[in-house]
Write a protein that binds this ligand. Structure first.
Ligand code: ZN
Length: 250
């Protein structure tokens, strides 16, 4: 049986509206509206990866489809960094324009392990905290071997720029968490150069990553510029990947 296509709209419009209830995309005008803020989606033109990283449009964020498979050879391609492009105005409109605004939306989420509890401060906007709590509960249910990933954690909310840049980190918006930093691996700490991050020795189990992805968090371990401890709430990218994958199977 062949089912009708649900929508002829661009997959990224569908993904953005599904991920962030109340947010609307006007495909004709090429705009995204979040509350009282209307932002351009950006042109369809090909742009360099550096232009996308430094000054990404909303559309640029979808240029590399986040891989749902647990295949860490994909990241060996230089600049394969799905989710590392962020449109700063979009995140400010979604979560807050200032440290104080974001801080007022934070709630506690807790990994309750066999031998330790670890708490992360995450925004309650767009169900980010509830989704993280659900993922953490799933991970904890996998048993005491999971505790090691929640010792020596890097943290969560932190209004700051990304090391070596002037761009705000996802941690500024209360949507990112860093688990065990010793087991994580971060390209800058490894002494790698931008554009050639080299080998990444992963220590995080596939099951943990899948729990996080199931609830809308992408993982920095899939990036060429690897950040293995880092997970970030990007439900639009997970949904977009699923929509694109489905369309491919038709
Ligand atoms: Zn991080």
């Amino acid at each position: 049986m062949s089912l009708p296509v649900a929508s002829e709209r661009p997959a990224l419009s569908e993904a953005l509206e599904l991920a962030y209830p109340g947010v609307t995309v006007d495909d004709v005008a090429g705009t995204l509206t979040i509350g009282t803020t209307t932002l351009p989606l950006g042109a369809d033109e090909e742009r360099s990866v550096l232009a996308r990283i430094n000054d990404g449009t909303i559309k640029d964020q979808f240029a590399i489809v986040y891989p749902l498979d647990f295949d860490l050879t994909i990241r060996e391609t230089p600049w394969f960094d799905p989710g590392r492009v962020r449109n700063d105005p979009m995140f400010r409109a979604l979560y807050g324009e200032s440290e104080r605004a974001v801080a007022s939306s934070l709630v506690r989420t807790t990994y309750r392990g066999a031998a330790l509890n670890t708490t992360f401060a995450v925004t309650r906007e767009y169900c980010a905290a509830q989704q993280l709590q659900a993922a953490l509960n799933g991970i904890a249910a996998d048993g005491r071997a999971m505790d090691q990933y929640f010792a020596n954690v890097g943290g969560s909310f932190n209004w700051r720029v990304i090391a070596g840049t002037r761009r705000l980190s996802a941690h500024s918006f209360g949507i990112a968490v860093d688990f065990n930093t010793d087991l994580g691996g971060y390209w800058r700490w490894a002494g790698a150069v931008e554009g050639d991050a080299g080998e990444y020795k992963n220590h995080y189990p596939e099951s943990l990553v899948r729990h996080m992805e199931r609830f809308g968090f992408i993982w920095g371990g899939k990036w060429h510029h690897f950040d293995g401890m880092h997970f970030e709430y990007r439900p639009e990218l997970i949904l977009y990947a699923r929509l694109v994958q489905e369309a491919g199977l038709r």
